[in-house]
Write a protein that binds this ligand. Structure first.
Ligand code: GDP
Length: 532
């Protein structure tokens, strides 16, 4: 393949994640993007794909029982010459750590906000992770077909609560259940949508200049007048469009629409694809790696065991960061210091899992993991030895003591705990003086405890007892010559160590965190660990 063809393939890739608080419409929007991309014919099939998926290949009954999507996958489809990778993330907030890691593999994010609810708790957390990475964040304000907050109010909320300036790319015409279309600010055009069939298929639209008298008649004098006034206000008082700021994550372009009725989905998709970035360079131990480089490289951002219960397999999800991947290729697993042949790579198309023959920077592939990979590991061209920046370990918020009911099962128990920890589903801590005699597990969402218990029983044949602990906050300690005995903590603080033997503090309240900071001015307390 020539360098030119390689560049062309990579430059047309758009890899992003959709983030939202549960129920804001992430699934619906994803499905509509697939619909517009021609990857599915009728809306509704993503949900049925989910139930089908549950029946055949889901690795965990819990998903079925609770009807929630626990794991994330990747969807790839084509649209207007673009090759789109949507990183799908778990719907339930208890699995948000998985989402945080998935965001490490994305080049940009789409933030879906419910127009009636505004910025919600989970949106804030996920936004924070995107902000940390400095990736572009696009906002889709959803459910405009229903009554909600005013568009101006929503803009203000985004700025106040999230601390990011916004630029509406379009403006809704008709709110509070009377949503008719959008005004496209860059083209000064009105786009009116017609009813369609409840969002099942693509809606048609009438597009024309805002000054066109036909629109005045269609909208009525009053609505047209109101629109003109709002546009004027936006132009005068709003922030200016600035592509650089968008690409640096300092300004979020806002789109208004309704994923359910498809209104505004196409204008969003087209504008988003043209503004957002193709795969960007990523930082490694030898500097930034150019995605257009001829040499293949990528990192593992997620490991998922037992996706297929009949095979008990482990899949590592690899984000390709540079060059081209060919099936069967032998690469260097840098952290493991070993050559590995990637023989059965899988890709996750809109509907199915398929064996992939070739893939490019920006794509995500699933590779078989015989238990050798860890999250954050780099795979690269045989002659290279690059290591991409590690994936942060996010702060667990729930902690429990855990042990096997039957002490004869201890070996299985420890194996299960360590494998599940390698997947990143739990974090394991020990008290230095007790070692493995007493294990403490930390999770980001409480539901993960149930998953852990279920999986230890189901996959490793171990019944466990778990006692929840009152700790809510974790801080990794960075300081020279840390000494647990002389380190000043409050009565209710626990000193433990993580899997890398780094000192960690568990707190019950924020007050104690402040006290400990005061007493140990030389220690730096961090709520994200970047060691991995
Ligand atoms: P998720 O939890 O963010 O994935 O949200 P879903 O896509 O599952 O949507 C949650 C609920 O909101 C579902 O009942 C959807 O039908 C509904 N919904 C999604 N988009 C819209 C919209 O544009 N308008 C209205 N009225 N409802 C919507």
């Amino acid at each position: 393949m020539t360098q030119q063809d390689l560049s062309k393939q990579i430059k047309r890739r758009r890899t992003f994640a959709i983030i939202s608080h549960p129920d804001a419409g992430k699934t619906t929007l994803t499905e509509k993007l697939l619909l517009y991309g021609g990857a599915i014919r009728l809306a509704g099939s993503v949900k049925s794909r989910r139930s089908q998926k549950h029946a055949v290949s889901d690795w965990m009954e819990i998903e079925k029982q609770r009807g929630i999507s626990v794991t994330s996958s990747v969807l790839q489809f084509e649209y207007n010459g673009y090759c789109i990778n949507i990183l799908d993330t778990p719907g339930h907030q208890d699995f948000s750590e998985d989402t945080y890691r998935t965001l490490m593999a994305a080049d940009s994010a789409v933030m879906v906000i419910d127009c009636a609810k505004g910025v919600e708790e989970q949106t804030k957390k996920l936004f924070h992770v995107c902000k940390m990475r400095g990736i572009p964040i696009f906002t889709f304000i959803n459910k405009l077909d229903r009554a909600g907050k005013s568009p101006f109010e929503l803009m203000e909320e985004i700025e106040k609560v999230l601390g990011i300036k916004s630029y509406p790319m379009n403006w809704p015409i008709g709110t509070d259940g009377d949503f008719k279309g959008v005004y496209n600010r860059s083209k000064s055009q009105i786009e009116l949508f017609s009813d369609g069939n409840h969002g099942q298929s693509v809606v048609s639209s009438i597009v024309g200049d805002v000054g066109d008298v036909a629109f005045k008649e269609h909208l009525g004098e009053q609505q047209h007048q109101q629109l003109m006034e709002e546009i004027e206000l936006l132009d005068m008082a709003g922030d200016e469009f600035n592509l650089n700021k968008i690409l640096n994550g300092q300004l979020t372009p806002i789109f208004f629409g309704s994923a359910m009725t498809n209104f505004g989905v196409q204008p969003f998709l087209e504008s988003f694809l043209s503004l957002t970035t193709p795969p960007a360079g990523r930082t490694s131990n030898i500097g930034e790696i150019d995605p257009l480089s001829n040499e293949f490289s990528g990192f593992i951002f997620k490991i998922q065991a037992n996706m297929n219960p009949t095979h008990r397999d482990r899949i590592a999800f690899l984000r390709i960061c540079s060059g081209k991947f060919d099936k069967g290729m032998t690469v260097n697993h840098v952290q493991g210091n070993k050559k590995v042949r990637l023989s059965q790579p899988q890709q996750f198309m809109a509907q199915d899992r398929v064996i992939v023959e070739e893939a490019y920077a920006g794509d995500i592939i699933g590779i078989h993991d015989p238990g050798i990979f860890r999250i954050g590991d780099t795979l690269c061209h045989l002659q290279d030895k690059i290591m991409y920046e590690g994936i942060p370990v996010f702060a667990p918020e729930h902690f429990a003591k855990i042990y096997a009911k039957n002490s004869l099962k201890r070996k299985h128990f420890l194996k299960g705990i360590s494998q599940i920890a390698e997947e990143g589903a739990i974090q394991v801590f020990k008290r230095p003086q007790l070692g493995v005699e007493e294990l403490i597990v930390g999770v980001v969402g409480a539901l993960q405890f149930e998953v852990l218990e279920y999986r230890l029983n189901n996959e490793y044949g171990v019944e466990v007892v778990m006692n929840q602990l009152p700790y809510k906050y974790i801080r990794w300690v960075e300081m020279e010559n840390f000494d647990a005995d002389s380190f000043g903590v409050t009565m209710d603080t626990l000193i433990v160590e993580d899997e890398d033997q780094q000192p960690v503090l568990l707190f019950q309240n924020e007050w104690s965190i402040d006290r400990v900071k005061e007493r140990n001015p030389k220690a730096v307390l961090k709520d994200i660990s970047s060691r991995r």
